[in-house]
Design a protein. Structure first.
Ligand SMILES: CC(C)(COP(=O)(O)OP(=O)(O)OC[C@H]1O[C@@H](n2cnc3c(N)ncnc32)[C@H](O)[C@@H]1O)[C@@H](O)C(=O)NCCC(=O)NCCS
Ligand SMILES: Nc1ncnc2c1ncn2[C@@H]1O[C@H](COP(=O)(O)OP(=O)(O)OP(=O)(O)O)[C@@H](O)[C@H]1O
Length: 203
């Protein structure tokens, strides 16, 4: 049987860093952000729906979504963010379930669902265990500003658009402390991998 892990945290706390380790172990990973990108590719019905809702300006000359502009809009306006979530989340969830069930049928012992908004979207029923990757707020802010080249104010708005990491830690079945080096984070992944293999066997 498969052990389905919901990997979450908050923006820039280190989910992709953890995913990198599990991918080396050939663990299949379903990436909600990636699915969100695929369903708005040019020609897909969701892109037309976004254009109808947010206006022509969110489409670039080459026909693709202007992700930077849409980010600006939704992280500065709670109502617009809700509108976007209501439009996109059902389609993202449907695709996540299809891919998860495919891997379960294949008999994969561990399947990771990398879903930034797992708690906010009330999606814990999709998984057997929840793994929360956390950092201090200061580290999160510093890494987010650096990675996305954002001002402190912009980065703080993005962090505020998601639920509290402290609450998520309390609700998690497993946690990874990503405050120190990447190597130390990888050691924690290694320990969890053994647990997850036996969780898969015991189901
Ligand atoms: C707003 C968009 C266009 C920005 O694209 P961009 O390439 O700049 O960022 P990317 O997609 O890599 O997202 C980066 C991070 O932003 C955070 N984030 C994205 N959307 C949201 C949202 N609606 N609410 C809160 N946080 C969000 C997540 O932590 C995500 O990991 C894009 O994130 C999007 O389409 N969001 C809506 C879909 C969604 O909710 N995705 C989150 C996973 S379900
Ligand atoms: N232990 C670490 N030490 C130093 N830098 C780190 C560490 N872990 C992650 N980073 C860096 O912090 C940034 C955020 O990490 P990562 O992309 O893994 O977060 P994420 O949770 O996947 O982000 P998002 O929510 O946007 O998808 C990246 O630039 C990454 O290289």
């Amino acid at each position: 049987m498969s052990c389905v892990i919901g990997l979450t945290g908050s923006i820039a706390t280190g989910k992709s860093t953890v995913v990198d380790w599990f991918k080396i172990k050939q663990v299949p990973v379903i990436d909600a952000d990636q699915i969100a990108r695929e369903i708005v590719e040019p020609g897909r019905p969701m892109l037309s729906r976004l254009k109808e809702t947010f206006g022509e300006m969110i489409i670039q000359k080459d026909g693709s979504l202007d992700r930077a502009l849409l980010s600006q809009l939704i992280f500065n306006d709670e109502t617009l963010r809700q509108t976007l979530d209501n439009l996109m989340h059902p389609a993202i969830i449907e695709e996540i379930i299809t891919r998860r069930d495919h891997y379960i049928e294949q008999g994969e012992p561990i399947i990771i669902l990398d879903i930034p908004l797992l708690f906010e979207g009330d999606l814990t029923d999709l998984v057997d265990r929840v793994l929360v990757v956390y950092t201090t707020q200061a580290k999160q802010l510093q890494r987010l500003m650096k990675r996305n080249d954002l001002s402190e104010q912009e980065a703080k708005k993005r962090i505020k658009a998601q639920g509290s990491i402290e609450k998520k830690k309390q609700l998690a079945t497993d946690v990874i402390d990503n405050n120190r080096s990447v190597e130390e984070t990888y050691l924690q992944c290694d320990a969890l991998y053994d647990n997850y293999m036996s969780c898969g066997e015991n189901q």
